[in-house]
Write a protein that binds this ligand. Structure first.
Ligand code: NAP
Length: 277
């Protein structure tokens, strides 16, 4: 089995570490490499991957959208999002999928049940690619209300308008989200604010978070972002981005190999490998 992740830059990716361990654990002979591909080289490099006999690859920044015209097929989730993070080569055809949203939901379900989510007022901070995947994956759970706070409010509005949510929906500014914090049961940071090296930053101040609510950050480096630290100090339960990363990878791995890797063990391993940084 020949697998890879393509992106630029790619050095920081934990995907080769994770998938190589899974191939070994499941006794599948093969490899998973990181390939640094510049935007202008994408089309040629995708042809080279097919020629080189690759069975599939993950796609990360900046190629998640640009790869779509190079594929033969994209599934519904990826088409709605306009972003692909997994490519499967099947009978010479390139099939694109997006496993980010379902990866986040599997991670969220470690902390909250489907019934809890249905009874929750949820606020997503951010309206970029990851937010779209997460918002779409939340729809089947029908939260009591859904707010999207974004620096560019019109993007939040557009995303909300594309979702069928029976409860209340509201597009907020960051200041409005901060002022309404005590109303939310689940707050999810999907922005890149707080990621290394800017680890002291938060998209909103979380100190007035509702007690016993859940604050989730999809960033996983550092493991505890300033957003999660403030929320924890304010009395909220927290969830970092390692679970989402591992489950989006596990779903891709299953698509390629037909085998289910041990995601829970991998969450521990990745957390240990990132450590306190
Ligand atoms: P994206 O499409 O570029 O979206 C970025 C979002 O962050 C937008 O909502 C943007 O607001 C907001 N933002 C960026 N800088 C900001 C700032 N200084 N202040 C306020 N808001 C800011 O990126 P993405 O693909 O959604 O990825 C977002 C983050 O999620 C990244 O850190 C990525 O590493 C992480 N991620 C993690 C996983 C995982 O498996 N754990 C998976 C996917 C992504 P505007 O709309 O106003 O520009």
């Amino acid at each position: 089995m020949k697998l890879a992740v393509i992106g630029h830059p790619i050095k920081q990716s934990k995907s080769p570490f994770m998938h190589t361990i899974w191939l070994g654990e499941l006794g599948i002979s093969g490899s998973y490499e990181a390939k640094d591909i510049l935007p202008e080289a994408l089309a040629g490099e995708v042809k080279a991957l097919v020629k080189g006999g690759y069975d599939g690859w993950n796609v990360t920044i900046p190629h998640k959208e640009a790869i779509i015209p190079l594929l033969d097929e994209v599934d519904e989730q990826a088409a709605v999002l306009g972003a692909v993070n997994t490519v499967i080569v099947k009978d010479g055809r390139l099939i694109g999928k997006n496993t980010d949203g379902t990866g986040f939901m599997k991670s969220l379900l470690l902390k909250r049940t489907a019934v809890d989510i249905a009874g929750s007022r949820v606020c997503i901070i951010g309206a970029g690619g990851a937010a779209k995947g997460i918002a779409g994956a939340l729809v089947p759970y029908q939260p009591k209300s859904l707010s999207i706070a974004n620096r560019t409010v019109s993007k939040g509005e557009r995303l909300l308008n594309s979702l069928i949510i029976n409860g209340e929906k509201s597009a907020l500014t960051m200041d409005e989200a901060e002022a309404q914090l005590d109303e939310f049961d689940i707050v999810i940071n999907t922005t890149s604010v707080g990621m290394v090296p800017d680890t002291d930053q938060t998209p909103i101040n979380m100190t007035r978070v509702k007690k016993n609510s859940l604050a989730a950050d999809i960033i996983y480096n550092p493991l505890q972002t300033a957003f999660l630290k403030q929320a924890s100090e304010g009395g909220a339960d927290t969830l970092n981005g390692v679970g989402m990363f591992v489950y989006q990878g596990a779903t891709a791995f299953e698509e390629w190999t037909g085998e289910k890797p041990d995601a829970e063990k991998m969450i521990k391993r990745i957390s240990e490998s990132i450590g306190g940084t």
